[in-house]
Design a protein around this ligand. Structure first.
Ligand code: NDP
Length: 283
């Protein structure tokens, strides 16, 4: 028999999660604060629960995808969780995940935390990636169900690890967005359309990303050789970006902190080390 599943939260993401379970033929019960959002899923065969307690009681596994952890804990308050598997895919911090795990485990649930590296349209596709950590046996028992959402990677019994990896990957994304937004603003000061400069930024950033594994290997070893490009060369380049931004009349707020760290590092080291040596200032 296919595992019964409940989905709490039918925002953009929760709706995609519930649809993936329904499409695969799992009995799916859904709950959302704003009940009207359940209608399209009901038309696809979902049972609609009037309360969180009703949804959880109806299913072996409950997948939660609400905006923030405080909402998750508030909505689970007073609900019987005994013997229930909870998979919380709400975005949060490692500490929030560990605290949620301790609180819900104490109430008889088994708790798996997760992080979704996908936008809703990628759910169920091989391009999605979902991190999980926490109750290992529960994850293993329901791995096939969770794989319906996209390839699953289990990171271990510490419930905080999925959030840690999720936020680390999001950090990489936001850093990339920040650089691209600055590029668009700078080129835009001379009327270059965003789409035109972005067509050039994307392959450039992709090529530069290919350098990251060797930089990461240096970071792991604590050796910052700077053979290809020194810290001083990078500082000079960022000086020019900041100066040009000022001269062209745009804010350099997205890149200024990077420049500040390089300048701080240069004050204490010789400029021949590589740019990843600023990692030492982040500790
Ligand atoms: P939405 O804003 O579309 O949906 C938010 C959901 O949370 C809705 O179901 C909303 O209910 C519910 N909610 C908010 N506040 C409350 C409350 N006080 N009580 C009860 N329910 C509440 O967000 P998403 O679906 O996009 O995101 C949900 C989670 O998934 C977030 O943690 C997000 O970081 C994560 N995520 C989202 C991605 C995306 O691309 N969208 C990608 C990866 C992760 P209501 O409908 O009643 O407002």
């Amino acid at each position: 028999n296919p595992t019964s599943v409940a989905v709490l939260g039918l925002g953009n993401m929760g709706t995609a999660l519930a649809a993936a379970f329904l499409t695969a033929g799992h009995p799916t019960t859904v709950w959302n604060r704003t009940a009207s959002k359940a209608e399209p899923l009901a038309a696809q065969g979902a049972a609609v629960a009037a309360t969180v307690a009703e949804a959880i009681a109806a299913a072996e596994v409950t997948v939660i995808c609400l905006s923030v952890y405080d909402t998750v804990l508030a909505r689970l308050d007073g609900v019987d969780l005994h013997g229930k598997a909870i998979v919380n895919l709400t975005n949060g911090t490692p500490r929030q995940a560990r605290e949620a795990s301790a609180a819900l485990t104490a109430r008889g649930a088994s708790y798996v935390d997760g992080g979704i590296m996908a936008i809703p349209e990628m759910i169920g596709q091989p391009s999605a990636l979902l991190f999980y950590s926490g109750a290992t046996e529960t994850f293993q028992a329901h791995r096939e169900l969770l794989d319906l959402l996209g390839p699953a990677r289990f990171l271990g019994a510490d419930p905080g690890l999925a959030s840690l990896y999720d936020l680390a990957l999001l950090s990489g994304m936001y850093g990339t967005f920040a650089g691209a937004f600055h590029a668009i603003a700078l080129a835009g000061t001379e009327g270059v359309p965003a789409v035109e400069i972005t067509e050039l930024v994307v392959p450039w950033v992709t090529a530069m990303a290919a350098v990251l594994p060797s930089m990461a290997a240096e970071i792991d070893k604590g050796e910052f050789l700077g053979e290809e490009s020194s810290l001083q060369v990078n500082k000079d380049g960022l000086d020019n970006i900041l100066t040009a931004s000022w001269q062209q009349g745009i804010s350099a707020d997205l890149l200024a902190p990077f420049h500040t760290l390089i300048a701080r590092k240069l004050a204490t080291t010789d400029g021949s080390v590589s740019v990843n040596s600023i990692m030492e200032l982040l500790k």
